[in-house]
Design a protein around this ligand. Structure first.
Ligand SMILES: [Zn+2]
Length: 308
């Protein structure tokens, strides 16, 4: 039975049961005169999202906007399939990602090579989106959904070059995608998400600074759920990125790449420990997210050393 919850006024969280794991993937339905979805999850979550909307009493035909916080498949892979149920909907996506949703072959290849064939099967095929339905944005745009609700889009690169955040005016809440990182186990674990191929430490930190200055009242995490501890969360993310960078730099300089790899892995396992209360989530984090974070972080680190 799909889990839905009103997390702020006119904002509904649908647990899209991402990869069959509870409390891992959030889809947000903004229910105003005009209606919007923030992220969808992959194609394998589409039926759950539709069931969530039905439970909320919202007809998919009424959706005006589907917003991709970024084009990674665990956020946007299902949009093409979902649009078949949403004849009115336009897709808002950063201009750097737009063409990959229209022609998803490269996106699927990149995902399969980073995450593996097994994850690709769990994600499902990616249906292309008709170019006419895509609205490329660059940040700064405002979309009015009703008397009291406007969405302001912000470009917040770092996790990915096409990462957007969305500030909604009714509750002063921020849809953070993966820009602040992932927050799981009821907020007991918060770690930045640093995947290959395009994680960028400096951009991530400057985006976090920009988000800090918004003085938002809530963060709606894509992974997972809502917090009122906005500044604390942003600070934790920034502090962790800096600490990981120090750890990797020192270890690399003293003992080389292998040692840096081992050190950062041990650090990540330690930070994920409180997530053990949910077996399936912990397994996924320990197997998938740790490897993804290390690969992305070390790739950035090595590319930067080459460039310096
Ligand atoms: Zn994600």
């Amino acid at each position: 039975m799909v889990d839905i919850k009103e997390v702020a006024e006119n904002i509904l969280l649908i647990d899209n049961e991402l990869y069959s794991i509870p409390k891992w993937g959030s889809v947000y339905l903004i229910n105003e005169e005009k209606k919007a979805l923030v992220d969808t999850g992959p194609t394998t979550s589409v039926n759950t999202v539709l069931a969530g909307m039905e439970k909320a009493g919202v007809d998919p035909g009424e959706i005006d906007y589907v917003i991709a916080t970024h084009i990674h498949l665990d956020h946007a892979g299902g949009i093409g399939e979902l649009l078949k149920h949403m004849p009115q909907a336009k897709v808002l996506v950063h201009e750097k990602g737009a063409r990959h949703l229209v022609n998803p072959e490269r996106l699927m290849k990149s995902f399969a090579s980073t995450m593996g064939e097994r994850m690709m099967r769990k994600t499902g095929p990616v249906a292309p989106i008709d170019e006419k339905r895509v609205v490329p944005v660059s940040g700064g745009e405002v979309f009015k959904l009703g008397e009291k609700q406007s969405l302001r889009l912000l470009h917040t690169p770092g996790h990915a070059p096409h990462q957007l955040c969305i500030l909604e005016s009714r509750n002063n809440g921020l849809f953070s995608g993966d820009a602040v990182g992932i927050s799981v186990a009821e907020g007991k674990v918060l770690i930045p998400a640093t995947p290959p191929p395009a994680f960028d430490l400096e951009l991530y930190l400057s985006s976090l600074q920009k988000l800090m200055e918004l003085n938002a009242s809530l963060i709606y995490f894509a992974h997972f759920g809502v917090t009122g501890k906005v500044k604390e969360s942003i600070k934790i993310a920034a502090d962790k990125l800096k600490a990981w960078n120090t750890l990797v730099s020192q270890t690399f300089n003293e003992s080389g790449f292998e040692a840096a790899f081992t050190k950062i892995r041990a650090q990540l396992y330690a930070e994920l420990e409180p997530a053990r209360e949910s077996e399936s989530l912990y397994q996924y984090l320990a197997d998938g997210i740790v490897a993804m974070n290390i690969t992305g972080f070390l790739k950035y680190f090595q590319d930067k050393r080459k460039a310096d």
